[in-house]
Design a protein around this ligand. Structure first.
Ligand code: EPZ
Length: 418
């Protein structure tokens, strides 16, 4: 799919963010654990969510998804999901829960954005500690479960978001077992998943800290739950507005993004924080330096977008990416637009730059979002190939771009390869 983006735009107006993609995916995966009907609100209508819903339906969860609401019931679960899952990273989250529920699960190796090798060793090491036998066979991973030890202690070598979510979900139905996980991830989406599980009667303490304890229960209750707003979607729009000197109101975001707002304010951004929204005002941002890291450090998912703010800052900036080893694909694309940007190891050096339109290519989700907003602020039009990548994580994107004064049109739809 190819899109044409008109340049010379100021990103301004008013826009609402949807529910967080990185909450929705683990929450949907945890539906394989339910015994009664549940209702979840604010599930974003994006392609990664569609993929996860196809997977849990294949596992035997009946799902109705309309107007951002999911109602789900479990009929007869089966642990083997044959030809789905290799597109998204979150598919790995089904391995443990389905093994605990059915005794045996078998899924394809996870996919997801090509931003690094993205091993799953922390996931598998934790599952083994829970008494799950893991077999890796070609493209598939198989997990067999009989019973878990009475007490399990898991120390994660890195606060992996997915592994924290995976091990928490897998532990909640281990009746009679106490699991303590340390060096956990503390991202708001991990907390959101924990709150969802607790709302169904799971016994979890310490979510949001680096040490979580789970006491297994027999089964879970029904619940009505609404997930948090997408802080990465909000952050993408916020950085776009700051980079073009626009005034933008962003609705549907709470304090999950405070760490990013506080950093942006420190470097000169004028941002008004309201109970459920932010207002971004034209600002003179100084050059900046930050390193990405596990929450509450600066989120890696907003690292590519921050190059745009570097181009419109008053001095040079430096970004150090410490979470993924190759999250730099946006740099080559931005150079095509005349940007003064370079990568040295895991450090990105950026100088104030005037961008011009170019022929660009999407590679991963946040890089495609970055070059879309770069094209909006550039002098002259741009075309972006593989534009469909952005629909993985940005709901109703074309309408929202219009709400923000960005004119984007789809100029070519790839014919399905027969
Ligand atoms: C989640 O990915 C998010 N995805 C990512 O968002 C986000 O960038 C990442 O967390 C970090 O915040 C979802 O929630 C669906 P990790 P995840 O496990 O769980 C290494 C986006 O754009 N690692 O915290 O895969 C890994 O290679 C996406 O929305 C291991 O070595 O992230 C990486 O270097 C991109 N072994 C680091 O840890 C493991 O077993 C962080 O990975 C697991 C991870």
């Amino acid at each position: 799919m190819k899109a044409k983006i008109r340049g010379n735009s100021k990103i301004e107006g008013e826009v609402s963010v949807g529910g967080a993609k990185n909450s929705a995916l683990p929450v949907l995966a945890s539906l394989t654990l339910i015994s009664k009907e549940v209702l979840i609100e604010k599930i974003p209508d994006i392609s990664d969510v569609a993929e996860m819903i196809s997977m849990i339906r294949a596992a035997g969860v009946s799902v109705n998804f309309t107007k951002n609401k999911v109602t789900a019931r479990v009929s007869n679960l089966n642990g083997e999901i044959k030809d789905l899952g290799s597109k998204i990273r979150a598919s790995i989250l089904l391995l443990g829960p389905l093994a605990v529920r059915t005794g045996r699960s078998r899924i394809l190796y996870p996919g997801g954005c090509q931003i690094g090798e993205r091993p799953i060793d922390i996931h598998l090491e934790g599952l083994r500690k829970l008494g799950i036998d893991i077999k890796e066979e070609g493209d598939f991973i198989e997990a067999n479960f009989v019973k878990s030890p009475r007490n399990v202690k898991i120390e994660m070598r890195f606060p992996s978001v997915g592994a924290t979510e995976h091990l928490m979900m897998t532990s909640v139905l281990l009746k009679g077992t106490t699991v303590e996980i340390s060096n956990c991830a503390r991202e708001p989406e991990v907390v959101d998943l924990g709150r969802f599980l607790i709302s169904m009667g799971a016994r979890i303490s310490g979510i949001g800290t680096d040490r979580i304890r789970i006491d297994g229960v027999e089964n879970l209750d029904s619940t009505i739950y609404s997930i948090i707003g997408d802080r990465i979607e909000a952050g993408t729009y916020m950085i776009g507005a700051l980079s073009t000197g626009g005034t933008l109101k962003i609705n549907g975001i709470g304090n999950e993004i405070d760490n990013v707002v506080n950093f942006l304010k420190k470097i000169g951004s004028k941002i008004e924080v309201l109970p459920n929204s932010l207002v971004i005002y034209p600002s003179n941002v100084k050059g900046f330096h930050f390193m990405t890291g596990p929450y509450p450090e600066f989120p890696t998912d907003l690292q590519p977008q921050m190059a745009l703010l570097g181009f419109s800052s008053e001095g040079p900036s430096e970004i150090v990416e410490r979470v993924f080893e190759s999250r730099f694909k946006h740099v080559e694309e931005l150079k095509k637009m005349g940007a003064d940007i370079s990568v040295d190891g895991n450090k990105i050096n950026i100088k104030p730059s005037k961008l011009h339109g170019a022929m660009l290519v999407g590679n991963d989700l946040r890089e495609t979002a970055t070059i879309t907003f770069a094209a909006a602020m550039a002098d002259g039009p741009s075309e972006i190939d593989k534009f469909e990548i952005i629909f993985r994580g940005y709901e109703n994107l074309l309408e929202k771009l219009k709400d923000m004064g960005i004119f984007a049109e789809i100029i070519q739809i790839d014919r399905e390869v027969s």
